[in-house]
Ligand binder design. Sequence first.
Ligand SMILES: [Cu+2]
Length: 614
Amino acid sequence: MAAPFPRALLFLILVLAPGYSHAGFFSVEIEGFNPEKLISDAKKFFDANDGGLKGEAGKYADDVDSLSGEEAGFVDVDPANLPKDKDEFDTKYAGKWELVSQNSGVSAMHMQLMPNNKALIFDSTVFGPSLINFPKGDVCPLDPTKKPDCTAHAVIYDTENAALRPLHIVTNPWCSSGNLAADGSVLSTGGFEDGAKSIRTLGPCDTCDWQDTPNVLGDPRWYATQVTLEDGSFIVVGGRKAYSYELVPPTGKPNGQAIYFPFIDETTDLDENNLYPFVHLLPDGNLFVFANSRSILFDPKGNKVIKEFPRLLGGSRNYPASGMSALLPLRLDDKTNSKDVQAQVIICGGARPKAFRLAEKNKTYVPALQDCGRLVVSDPNPAWMRENMPSRRVMGDMLILPTGDLLMLNGAKKGASAWGNAKEPNYKPVLFRPNKVGKDRFKELKAATIPRMYHSTSIVLPDGKILVGGSNTNSRYFFKGVEFPTEMRMEKFSPPYLAPALQKYRPQILVDVSDNTMTYGNDFHIRFLVGYIRKEVRMQDIKVTMYAPPFTTHGYSMNQRLIQLGIPELSVEGGVHHALTRAPPSGRIAPPGYYLVFVVYRGVPSIGTWVRIQ
Ligand SMILES: [Cu+2]
């Protein structure tokens, strides 16, 4: 249960030293906790270390602005090297924003789409009351002051009508990690104080609530990354002062000791800059792990670093420098062996190594990074290919769309993560089309009007819209008297493929006559309409994709992946199109569980349908 934490002390920490308590350099012990010492330690730390980075990251602190383009690894995209993409409609439509709710109940720090089309949203339990009460007569959990807190800190949000259902989250999931499990429930790990070693599960049923088990992880996991492995088990990597990883133990079994991970130890610097490491499961079963500016190929079951990739120049990419990363879509085509599938990782934006400290100490907000690096990690000796986004971005989200294009949104143009450390919200989403060149590659879309910076999130919905929520750059829920008030409004963003003029071509999956489960390597049949097109469509006009809905927090969508299936046969009968596709060959391509399957006609996706692979 909640640790003793006198309210007066909490107030002092939150009000006097917001950044220090949340994003500083201190492992906060609750026993004998002394906020004044914390503040004075922080001041001493800054005074002692001002004027330059020490250690590993210091060597690279000056970034690449002084390097020539070639030294910095900037390349022009050669159209000959791009995979041949399907033919797509052109549209000038730049998207649309809709305000769909004034009150999400809790500010959306963490968000996960569940297979019942509801979104799980949760925040911290120590930011004071939220804007949603438990029903009268409900059991009110104790807050850390041991007073009953009758507001919820987690909700189920109905993505159709914005209705809220409050959930009882017990241990504190502040800046935690999570994923959708193979059975459609959410498994969440870590957090702060009593939540740091917790594992929580939440089923997908209409009355399901959290099952919370404290003290089962080997190390405290605050700002850690959780990823699903090929067998559906989970690995949790890093976190503040946690230079280790561990596999999530079965329910009720404590983990004992975590496994020391030198790579995480080596990549921390004076500002940390390696929290929420980017971890992607690759088609060979290994993990790509990126922290700060370094990355490795790692065998999680054998505890072995297979190789280190070249450093990505330009700055720091992980929290609090908070860049974005995704595994680009895996194209299966006719490949039947997982390890023949090409894997490419992209990392965009972030901040200078010292951006956090300069904001905390000097109130200086340095420009965020503007570059993207791509690395074909399945190549034997890959090199980073770098190119620029249309604008700078830190704390952005990077979502893979049903079409295989990427959407970057939210975040700021200056500063770093943590409370009050950023300026100039980046209002403009950017569409990144990895298989296009020139002006078609990065496209700025319709600007938002609501700042979405620290502690904001976004997820892809089955209808292809993006649900956007949160942003709380304050230590509590502050709605006035601050530059960026706590954000409770939820919005939906429609990407260009939802252009009204394209809707007549929108495919529709006929769920009753399509398969709804997949077996590795087997045929998977999907039947669909394509607008009013009754006759055969061309193979080059159709894609079938499957999307693993990620757990999004702090600008990173954990476990996000999109797989483009091979289509051995395409036919039509009575106006109904039939795609015979092949399911992914193994859990290395698609770990077991629920995916949204989309049919995409010339760049226009259907509504996604849930399919379970096992
Ligand atoms: Cu946080």
